[in-house]
Design a protein around this ligand. Sequence first.
Ligand SMILES: Nc1ncnc2c1ncn2[C@@H]1O[C@H](COP(=O)(O)OP(=O)(O)OP(=O)(O)O)[C@@H](O)[C@H]1O
Length: 450
Amino acid sequence: MTDTPVLLIVEDDAALQRQLRWAFEGYRIVTAATRAEAIEALRLHEPAVVTLDLGLPPDPDGTSEGFATLAEMLALKPDTKIIVASGHGARESALQAIALGAWDFYAKPIDIDALALIVARAFHVHTLEAENRRLAARAAPAAGFGGLLYASDEMAAVVRTVERVAPADVSVMLLGASGTGKELLARGLHDHSPRGRGAFVAINCAAIPETLLESELFGHEKGAFTGAVKTTPGKIEQAVGGTLFLDEIGDVPLPLQVKLLRFLQERVIERIGGRKPIPVDTRIVCATHQDLAAMVVDGRFREDLYYRLAEIVVRIPSLAERPGDASLLARALLRRHAEAMNLAVTGLAPDALAAIEAWRWPGNVRELENRIKRAVIMADGKLVTAADLDLADPDVALPLNLRSARESVDRRTIRQALAQSDGNISGASRLLGVSRPTLYDLLKSYDLHG
Ligand SMILES: Nc1ncnc2c1ncn2[C@@H]1O[C@H](COP(=O)(O)OP(=O)(O)OP(=O)(O)O)[C@@H](O)[C@H]1O
């Protein structure tokens, strides 16, 4: 891996190509004489900056091939800074190229010094833009999908899936351990669907006694049972035009499963004590931490209901399976709770961050939030320490082998150094006592993101 920036020169005149090749210092020069070669070089070297002669074969005296090359390059890699050459009297085409997304132009015959300045500036701006994008991604890790915060690719993939299925009126089943954010995802799905203007109604089927669950879901007519003093619509009706989130669907007892199935098949419900079916247009999103497929095999969950509910199944990884999310969430939650409860606290001490990265988080984000809340209250100084978080040493079972043990220490230490240096690679490499290229290599080989 090399840090030398790559400059791609697209020029069909061999003499000019040579002249340009020698004119630049400090860059790795790659040349191309045709559109095909230029695209191949773009794919292979990903140059930050390209100089492009608009007069390429088969149209060396016109600009059509040059414009086609420009468009294709920008479509493939929009952040590339492309500097087009404008021949005598071809200022118009240069301006047109800029309108199409070229970064700048230079006049022919070439004034090498002027071109060198344009190229240097293009590299500089490219670096700044890349850095800005990186910082922006860090500061606003999620586009606020349901208020979820995440930095990991694992969670980004989940959000992408949910975003994609949101507009379709299919039933979605979210599978994940407690506290992984299932309800937030369901809410995000609702907000991103055409039903977003309707109500989002959530019910936790495990938290309601069996005897009351039917009435909660389907409602009841006045006098249907002792205590039914007035007609009350259930949650399914309350969510008409919107979304009903059935959390812990695995806890719905079998008799009620039959009634739910009928609603899903026929889109009508009957309140308890009611005589007429009521049509309802409610989308169902359900969630569980249980193994529903196994419950189907055991006969504890109806197979036909399972398939009605699980048109799309989305698995949500636990917090421990989402590299980088725990420290990101810890910082965000700390800011939130410090503002509300203890303004003196401004951040997490390095030992606290290390403990957060090492902990397995059996209770996932909910546990993290509880611990941060507690720590913010307990903290004496400006920084929350590991002791404030009250995390015992995580279990240390014997790893697979020495290589995997080393790798896991490497990963943890690198993440810790990145967290402490706010993602700055130079800072992290200093903390780790390795060179920047070494750290880049490690990030790449462990598939971590700097
Ligand atoms: N990625 C996230 N970003 C911000 N907050 C989160 C995230 N994931 C979870 N939370 C917060 O953690 C808590 C638990 O999340 P949520 O209720 O969505 O989890 P759940 O999977 O539905 O849990 P359960 O099955 O136990 O109800 C909530 O306070 C939620 O706001």
